[in-house]
Design a protein around this ligand. Structure first.
Ligand code: VGL
Ligand code: ZN
Length: 305
């Protein structure tokens, strides 16, 4: 899991379209926030595929096509339960276009789904009848991709079912959770995370990992220049920062060994006793010197106090 992104890896960007962003007809809260994250991630991948929800006008999944029904009602279709949605991503409308800031010129394929009037399609692989394929699995296999990183909208519908189907089709699937946002109907976001956990699909939190790393190194700088009581306070503070970030925008602290920041935490806790008991002579007196201490002390070879 820690391997570098390579030629067998693919970034699958799910439905990053105007109608799923604020101002759109089926806006996912804060959906547009992931656009710059997805752009940066895409730069790391040689291979990117986009999906596009692409419904004919009057699609059967629209509440407007089901007299007497309202958006978000759940009804029974021949293939099972179906949520009814506001009209969205109608072919050739502005709402169906990709977000204007999405910049992935090297995407090699756009897969359109939900094109059949009678069947909705959340997954990038199979329509909601679970048997009509989009052809994506065949494309990915023929191209030799083995590991798929999923981002996009919405975590609890199209990302979730794409991840599950990708896993069932035999691909290694990773969901980069902080490059997704959820609609969250009746705790569907939690249900998605549970489904990922059951299938062993890692939900990476790249930004949280980054923040945790910053908190860790900040704490190290403080720990290196104060006494033990201060050290304990700083460590506690760093922990609070991470827990706070965890609550921030729905990031969740899932202390699971498949999560990068589990290992960051483990490393932090492992180092804590040593940091707290480091002898005073190794501690620069100020935060500034803590940050630059290594360079200075190696340059001047300061005598031990
Ligand atoms: C989606 C509901 C209806 C999605 C698409 O992209 O998550 N959700 N159509
Ligand atoms: Zn749709």
């Amino acid at each position: 899991m820690a391997d570098k992104i390579g030629d067998n890896d693919l970034l699958l960007v799910i439905d990053l379209q105007n109608d799923f962003c604020p101002g759109g007809s089926l806006a996912v809260p804060a959906g547009e926030e992931i656009v710059p994250i997805v752009n940066r991630l895409a730069g790391r991948f040689a291979h990117v595929v986009l999906t596009q929800d692409w419904h004919p006008a009057g699609h059967s999944s629209f509440a407007s096509a089901n007299p007497g029904r309202a958006p978000f009602d759940v009804v029974t279709f021949p293939y099972g339960p179906q949520v009814l949605w506001p009209d969205h991503c109608v072919q050739e409308t502005a709402g169906a276009e990709f977000h204007a800031d999405l910049a992935v010129p090297h995407a090699e394929l756009i897969i359109r789904k939900g094109c059949r009037r009678a069947i909705d399609s959340y997954s990038a692989f199979y329509e909601n009848d679970r048997s009509t394929p989009t052809g994506l699995a065949g494309y990915l296999r023929e191209r030799g991709f083995t590991r798929l990183f999923l981002v996009g909208l919405a975590l609890d519908f199209c990302v979730r079912y794409s991840a599950e189907d990708g896993h069932r089709c035999g691909f290694d699937v990773v969901v980069i959770e902080d490059a997704t946002r959820a609609i969250d109907l009746d705790s569907s976001a939690d249900a998605a995370r549970r489904a990922f956990a059951e299938l062993g699909i890692p939900g990476l939190l790249i930004l949280v990992s980054l923040f945790a790393a910053v908190a860790l190194y900040g704490a190290r700088a403080i720990l290196a220049c104060r006494g033990r009581i201060h050290s304990a306070a700083a460590a506690f503070g760093a922990l609070l920062v991470v827990i706070e970030l965890d609550a921030f925008k729905g990031f969740h602290l899932d202390l699971d060994p498949t999560n990068v920041y589990f290992w960051l935490f483990a490393g932090f806790l492992f180092r804590l006793p040593r940091l707290a008991t480091e002898p005073a002579r190794q501690r620069p007196r100020t935060m500034f010197r803590a940050a630059t201490g290594n360079i200075r002390s190696s340059a001047r070879a300061r005598p031990r106090a």
